[in-house]
Unconditional design. Structure first.
Lengths: 228, 228
DNA sequence: CCAAAAGTGTTCGTGCTACACCCATGT
DNA sequence: ACATGGGTGTAGCACGAACACTTTTGG
């Protein structure tokens, strides 16, 4: 077929909440271009490999994250002619929301990998390619997702308390929420949380019920930021 | 660089409201594969051409739509290995919301182009490639957009009445809305509508005020479908 | 007992729904 | 006059914000 052919890659915005901050996974580039700079994990799509499949493979390769424990969704595609100095590369970005995991193992072409607060990454100018813009879009998507879906729980461990979930919202949104109203809201919303029956005192004070992620996909009505 | 290279195309889900139905623009394929079948308008991205740029070019080529009059946004990217029988093609889908326009002129490689109700397109099995899935995603995105953004007005002519805007919502959502409450909601929402000062009696009855699209990007609070 | 955090009850404001009602035009 | 649709007023309800208050643990 007579048409231009481009390299196609996937890049991952992997977000988690740790140390009271929203953090993204970044890898130190071991090869040119941008050697030594931080970049989002990612790589080229292989022949006969689907996009989602490529994203899952890269996630596993560069982070050791097992697919079942994280939420992954397509974010957007970036293909400006000049975004990669080597050649034309179109990249499909994926957004992954993960619980707080140990620092991942470095992959083959990544000299180093670490969690870094998104605030620092977006304020600085250290990210390779157009990865700062991709990260910005991913963070904005994540913030919206918390409003309209129960995906805040994707940042929590398998079993978690309402207070832990609330901390996720507060950190991602950068806003304080009333603990009592938040509790009522999330426990009353059908299929948001599934009680385990167990309790924990790890947060201090009166024992808190433990929950698992429920089966709900959407939130009706949504949990809105700022009441305007 | 040692990596697979793929053809990259853009496909357009161009939606409008006409004849009391949500319609999509489809073109009759003049070449193999799927010769004679309906498909979404689209084409390959050229060297040194951005994705958004390619989408705008295809929109102009195949429909004659001038860029300023429609809303265009990226929808999603589809790249399953088998989605095009010829070779590996990754397609970036764009969603365009347009007012009711005359039937567009056929483009170079499109034997015929027409508006077709999405209901019929999704019910039948006439769309080439995975375009039915892309259209379904586009329609779902459009439905959500009406809730959280003032983009319903993108389906209206430059100047429109509140009743015309309401019909758009009713047709896209497939639900009836209370005319009085809808009127209050959209006119009270800051920057949703900009009054022109003129009136029209084209809908019959008492003259209705004419409005233009306002400058708002988002709706707070949203205009929700079903009250659960 | 006290501190701390979980969880409940209650009040108040706001926004949506439903519908009664009036307004301004065409025929 | 009357039909038709535009537009306003208002009562009732649902839900979120704010906060007083009770519950249950650890120290």
């Amino acid at each position: 077929m007579e048409c231009p052919k481009f390299a196609v890659s996937v890049d991952l915005v992997v977000l988690t909440v740790r140390d009271e901050a929203l953090c993204a996974l970044v890898v130190r580039r071991g090869v040119e271009p941008y050697r030594g700079a931080w970049a989002l994990p990612g790589g080229f799509v292989l022949d006969d490999e689907g996009l989602e499949e490529a994203a899952a493979r890269e996630l596993a390769e560069e982070t050791g994250i097992r697919p079942g424990s994280v939420h992954v969704e397509q974010l957007a595609t970036y293909g400006s002619p000049g975004r990669d100095p080597r050649t034309r590369v179109v990249t499909v970005a994926y957004l992954a929301l993960a619980p707080d995991l140990p620092v991942p193992a470095a992959g083959s072409d990544a000299a180093d990998a670490r969690w870094c607060p998104v605030e620092a990454l977006l304020a600085g100018d250290e990210l390779a390619f157009d990865h700062a813009a991709i990260l910005r879009d991913g963070v904005e998507r994540a913030r919206s997702k918390l409003e309209y879906s129960p995906l805040g729980a994707a940042f929590c461990a398998e079993e978690f308390t309402v207070a832990e979930l609330r901390r996720v919202y507060e950190i991602v949104w950068g806003a304080r929420l009333d603990p009592r109203n938040f509790h009522r809201k999330v426990t009353k919303t059908e299929a948001f949380l599934e009680p385990t029956g167990a309790t924990t005192t790890r947060d201090g004070g009166r024992p808190a019920q433990l929950f698992r992620r429920g089966s709900a996909e959407h939130l009706h009505p949504p949990l809105l930021r700022r009441t305007t």
